[in-house]
Write a protein that binds this ligand. Structure first.
Ligand SMILES: Cc1cc2nc3c(=O)[nH]c(=O)nc-3n(C[C@H](O)[C@H](O)[C@H](O)COP(=O)(O)OP(=O)(O)OC[C@H]3O[C@@H](n4cnc5c(N)ncnc54)[C@H](O)[C@@H]3O)c2cc1C
Length: 387
């Protein structure tokens, strides 16, 4: 179990005060926003309840090009070209037209953070203080009230800074996933579509050099994944150690609300059907960071950034809806048809088409090296916003 290394006692000084930008959540989406703001001169504070990289939030599989483009290949653990898909009626190898990798969560977060020039503090965010959305937004934390004109919620599916939205499992459009992280090494990146483990969803075994990430994801939030994660671990012959699990959003949500910006799981940016959420969290985090940076550069107003980022979000609606439809329909097919469907999808030109269209929803080419690492000069635009 991860030990909590957050500040205690005297180290927990008050964070009361105001900043240009407050980013809540220091995982993929939050760190990506902060990274895009590096060198902008903005006074950026990032808060998380844990230290950066302390608590892994996923199995950490991603298209390799994302790591390459961000200059983060040092976090890579293992690389793959195919997915070995198992069903109750046989296995099929899916050729993927691009490489994908598993990576080390802590290393990736630390590398992203190394590119930032923001300040970081551990603090648990409790919610938003009531107030009009045009004012600096006040956020209540266990270390005081922090206010900022630009506030980002990158804290995951709970969307803590949204006002008045009750979005709770099992009624909300959330999937659930649980995995174990035993030591071990394997060659194959495997998924298992078998009702023995989950009626609607899939199980997986992702190797990461010296560790395996073995788990079950259910599209139905009412299905309890712990017993079948244990069955799967037993079948795969691994220990049930290092549990990691969470709810996973499978529906795109508005990326703004009440003057707050949302990125990653808080905006439902995790892709339905595959539950791939890291690439979209980085992608939407980068888009949001660029909008906020434009405010600092005086090229954009706060209102313009809110509208521009939401328009960018909405442009992805159809692609997310298509995947959600597939997620709803595919589990209804008779089980014996799953292997033939996979075999058809695995025919090389078909696989190339499907995987490339899928990749294009949040293309890795959108991600790039850090813009500036030097300290920037705060512009009039950012100063006026805070005043
Ligand atoms: C079992 C499992 C396996 C997965 N495997 C993959 C995979 O292999 N590849 C993939 O692409 N996706 C995977 N996903 C999905 C992926 O993990 C998420 O979509 C992704 O982590 C979203 O990134 P994020 O930055 O939005 O949120 P998160 O990574 O969830 O980060 C949220 C951050 O907010 C912080 N936080 C939360 N609440 C508070 C609070 N109150 N105060 C302060 N800080 C707070 C957390 O500590 C955390 O650092 C998996 C999900 C699960 C559950």
């Amino acid at each position: 179990m991860a030990t909590r290394a957050t500040k205690r006692g005297d180290e927990r000084t008050s964070l009361d005060g105001s900043r240009d930008v407050l980013i809540c959540g220091a995982s993929f989406a939050g760190l990506m926003v902060a990274r895009e703001l590096a060198g902008s001169g903005a006074d950026v504070l990032v808060v998380d309840r844990y230290e950066i990289g302390e608590r892994q939030t996923s199995a950490c599989a991603i298209p390799t090009a994302c790591l390459e483009n961000l200059g983060l290949l040092a976090a890579e653990k293992q690389r793959f070209r195919t997915v070995l898909a198992h069903t109750a009626h046989g296995s099929t190898r899916l050729p993927v037209p691009w490489e994908f990798s598993t990576f080390d969560y802590r290393t990736l977060c630390e590398l992203l953070w190394a590119d930032c020039d923001a300040e970081f503090e551990t603090a648990k965010v409790n919610g938003r203080e009531p107030g009009p959305e045009s004012e600096p937004i006040a956020v209540d934390t266990d270390r005081g009230v922090i206010s900022a004109p630009l506030v980002v919620d990158a804290m995951g599916w709970k969307r803590i800074l949204a006002s008045g939205s009750a979005y709770q499992p099992p009624d909300a459009p959330l999937s659930r996933g649980l995995e174990v992280h035993p030591a071990g090494s394997r060659e194959e990146f495997e998924i298992i579509i078998n009702r023995r483990y989950v009626p609607a969803g899939y199980a997986w075994s992702f190797p990461a050099d010296d560790e395996l990430r073995v788990g079950v994801g259910s599209f139905d939030p009412r299905f309890h994944v712990r017993p079948t994660t244990e069955t799967l671990a037993e079948d795969v012959g691994v220990e049930t150690v290092g549990y990691q699990g969470n709810w996973i959003p499978h529906k795109l949500r508005p990326a703004i609300g009440g003057g707050v910006f949302f990125a990653g799981d808080s905006a439902g940016h995790c892709l339905p059907l595959t539950a791939e959420g890291i690439r979209p969290a980085l992608y939407f985090g980068a888009a949001l960071g660029r909008e906020l940076r434009a405010i600092g550069d005086g090229r954009q107003t706060r209102e313009g950034a809110l509208a521009g980022y939401e328009a960018f979000n909405r442009r992805h609606q159809r692609a997310f809806d298509r995947l959600l439809t597939a997620q709803r329909i595919l589990p209804r097919f008779p089980h014996r048809t799953v292997r033939p469907i996979l075999a058809t999808a695995g025919i090389r030109p078909i696989a190339r088409y499907l995987f490339n269209r899928y990749l294009d929803i949040a293309p890795p080419g959108f991600l790039g090296p850090v813009r500036s690492t030097g300290p920037g000069t705060k512009t009039a635009a950012m100063t006026t916003l805070k005043a």
